[in-house]
Design a protein around this ligand. Structure first.
Ligand code: ATP
Length: 369
């Protein structure tokens, strides 16, 4: 698809803060000093639990919310004091009003025609096809379902040709199959147009699959900013490890045991796992992180953690064993490969690749490297 695209710009947040002040209530700091440098054309996902400040951040960038402190820059230009219309930002917020008397097609073409873009009608048709909304083009906005409105809002944001595109939960109202297809198409379109894009989501699969890099937020701060691989393979702390990954990572207590040059961790009464951690004192209590996908049955001559299978769920491609380890609080989930069939009551030994056994400080939750 060819269009005159604005030059992609970097987007920089410097020590960005937002404190909400409401009469009769304590001031509430929703964003606590955010630093992010987003490269031109990059797609960033802001991921985090409900209430962590994602939407507030997006609204500040869009100019829909005032900034308490810090800077927002597009390229070299500081924009936080500019009105929303002067920032050259496209927002795909679903609540963004469409003109009720116009059809969806006319709504979408309006902005293009206003900019004097030739072939507006064809461009609208092509985008509509790719976002699976051709059948919506002749409808009026009032007759659209929430999922349909969402696709129209997305199309409108893409067509606006902004330097920065902000999308807040852009696929949340679509059914699972459509979400997958529109997600793929969104990524392709974002690449073609080259927009610098932030997508807010609380859906980690959406973030992992869409984003060049993602920022994992918690209680108003960015806990980690990196590529999906960096974040999945090298979580910076317990929060990130716990938030990213499906099924959830196992977190349990352990004690460091140094043997020669190797670092092991003692788990429960009889278990040990070797880790690739370099710097941990013998006897140090730690929180161990082990993803279900990284745990595996131990080889015959290998140390490991003896465990009793409490529940075994067979999904054919893989199985999920929920196991109990003597001396460990809570249960541990282990993903077994295709063809392995464990049963309730089996005693198995669990092992893992040393670089996949993460250790965290029991107080701060920070990663021990
Ligand atoms: P969700 O995924 O649920 O949309 P979020 O990460 O987008 O959550 P925000 O909507 O940015 O979170 O809200 C962050 C925090 O700020 C929340 O605790 C919320 O209650 C609070 N908050 C948001 N808007 C206001 C406001 N106008 N006045 C006071 N507090 C607010």
């Amino acid at each position: 698809m060819t269009t005159t695209t604005a030059e992609p710009a970097s987007l920089t947040l410097e020590n960005l803060r937002k404190t909400y002040v409401a009469r009769g209530r304590e001031p509430f700091e929703a964003v606590k000093g955010m630093d992010l440098k987003i490269r031109p054309g990059e797609l960033i996902a802001l991921l985090g639990p409900s209430g962590c400040g994602k939407t507030t951040t997006l609204r500040m960038i869009a100019g829909l919310e005032t900034v308490t402190a810090g800077n927002i820059k597009i390229g070299d230009r500081v924009v936080q004091d500019l009105p929303p219309g002067k920032r050259d930002i496209g927002v795909g917020f679903e609540s963004y009003a469409l003109y009720p008397p116009l059809s969806v097609r006319e709504n979408l073409a309006y902005g293009l025609k206003a900019r004097g873009v030739k072939g507006a009608r064809e461009m609208v048709g092509r985008i509509a096809e790719r976002l699976e909304m051709t059948e919506l083009l002749e409808l009026r906005p009032a007759s659209l379902s929430s999922g349909q409105k969402q696709r129209v809002a997305l199309a409108r944001a893409l067509i606006r040709n902004p330097r920065v595109l902000l999308l807040d939960e852009p696929l949340s109202h679509l059914d699972a199959a459509q979400r997958q297809r529109v997600r793929r198409e969104l990524k392709v379109l974002q690449r073609e147009f080259g927009y610098t894009t932030i997508v807010v989501t609380h859906d980690q699969l959406e973030a992992l699959s869409l984003a060049d890099r993602m920022a994992v937020m918690n209680a108003g701060v960015v806990e980690q900013f990196g590529t999906p691989d960096e974040i999945y393979d090298n979580p910076a702390n317990v929060f990130v490890a716990d938030f990213v990954g499906e099924p959830k990572i196992n977190l349990f207590e352990g004690t460091v045991e140094r043997r020669g040059g190797d670092v092991h961790v003692r788990v429960g009464r009889e278990g040990t796992l070797r880790t690739a951690v370099g710097d941990a004192d013998d006897g140090r209590p730690v929180t161990v992180g082990l993803r279900p996908q990284d745990a595996r049955p131990a080889a015959d001559d290998e140390a490991g953690v003896p465990a009793e299978v409490a529940v075994y769920e067979d999904f054919m491609e893989f199985g999920l064993a929920t196991v109990e380890v003597a001396g460990v609080d809570g249960r541990i989930v282990v993903q077994t490969p295709h063809g392995v069939h464990w049963r309730r009551g089996d005693i198995r030994r669990i092992a893992a690749r040393p670089d996949r056994v993460y250790l965290f400080d029991t107080d701060s939750g920070g990663r021990i490297r």
